[in-house]
Design a protein around this ligand. Structure first.
Ligand SMILES: [Zn+2]
Ligand SMILES: [Zn+2]
Length: 347
């Protein structure tokens, strides 16, 4: 099969022929029809993820068709249209038993713990725990977003943020996960303030339901701007980018008893990120992490997609081939992109 491979962190990746993957007894292989390009792929390529072993194939949000099935898989068959959360859970650890597969103690992640989806085929573990059927009528490009950015945003806004109608929700960083969060929060009846340094990203945020936009390039104190717009601060605020600055701005833009949700990854050399804890104490803030979404909690989200309330299909702004993927991966670090790029490995 063809796959995007890198040999060293930060060195250009190339497209080459590699052996097809085989399914584990509990797993499947999937013919990848569409796979999104996510900032965590760029972090992995930069060497920010200790799970990655070289050489490596990136990519973790996919949609496709089951190609082959391991002997112990009971619920899935070749030909089924599927996606899967990027956190593939074991199904048997304490977290999994509690229904929290998104923080499974023995999780695997395509594109991190093993070769990923920037390829024509990918192996996924524990298929009976992790696969999600793609609803009829949903495109592979839209379904790919359910593997990471859209489901991650849904869990952050709905399950972790508990966003209610009428609340102010701030979204820092309007890339794929941020724009998804804007759409989901607006559909929940929240008033959304979107923050980004890219005018194109803010245009998309407005299109997807943001009531207010703050241009971080021309606004030195985005937290102050949010407190002003939202009458004292946001009820819920997401750092959807992942940087010390956006994390702090998200916390500082909250009102009393507000909820900060950390969604964007925060790799740093020290492994820690400064957080304004004095404000967290004085205002009784909740500081919450959010990490993917368990497959068994997908049905309410899928129903909102089926009924047209949520439109992940609108988030895709460009579709590229596997040969174009290495350059697109590299560009994520330099150009503040707008919208979502989807790779179609068989095109
Ligand atoms: Zn991702
Ligand atoms: Zn587990």
């Amino acid at each position: 099969m063809k796959a995007v491979v890198y040999e060293q962190y930060g060195d250009p990746a190339d497209v080459r022929d590699v052996p097809d993957p085989h399914p584990a007894p509990h797993g499947v292989t999937v013919r990848v029809e569409a796979t999104g390009l996510c900032r965590s792929d760029w972090h992995g390529w930069q060497g920010h993820d200790p799970d990655i072993a070289l050489p490596h194939v990136p990519g973790h949000e996919l949609a496709g068709v089951i190609e082959s099935v391991g002997a112990r898989v009971t619920n899935w068959h070749p030909g089924d249209r599927v996606t899967a959360p990027f956190v593939c859970a074991c199904g048997t650890c304490e977290a999994c038993a509690a229904g929290d597969q998104q923080v499974c103690a023995r999780q695997t992640q395509p594109g991190f713990t093993h070769w990923g989806t920037f390829a024509q085929y990918v192996a996924l573990d524990h298929a009976d725990v992790n696969l999600v059927a793609i609803p009829d009528g949903m495109s592979f490009a839209a379904a790919a977003s359910l593997g990471c950015r859209f489901a991650t945003a849904f869990r952050a806004v709905v399950q972790r943020g508990r966003v209610a109608a009428g609340e102010w929700v701030a979204v820092h960083g309007c890339g794929g996960v941020g724009l998804s969060a804007v759409m989901i929060a607006a559909a929940s009846g929240a008033r959304v303030v979107a923050v980004d340094i890219s005018p194109q990203a803010l245009d998309l945020a407005r299109k997807f339901g943001a009531a207010e936009c703050v241009d971080g390039a021309s606004t030195p104190d985005t937290a102050a701007a949010i407190r002003e717009l939202a009458g004292g601060g946001a009820h819920v605020s997401l750092d959807a980018l992942g940087s010390p600055a956006t994390c702090a701005a998200s916390v500082n833009g909250l009102r009393r008893r507000g909820r900060h949700i950390q969604v964007g990854l925060l790799p740093s050399l020290s492994g820690t990120t400064p957080v304004p804890m004095a404000r967290a104490i004085g205002l009784e803030l909740e500081l919450l992490g959010s990490h993917g979404m368990a497959a068994h909690t997908y049905p309410p989200m899928l129903e909102l997609v089926r009924s047209g309330v949520l439109r992940p299909d609108l988030l895709t702004t460009s579709t590229i081939t596997l040969d174009e993927a290495p350059a697109a991966l590299a560009a994520m670090g330099t150009a503040p992109g707008a919208g979502v790029t989807v790779i179609e490995p068989w095109r």
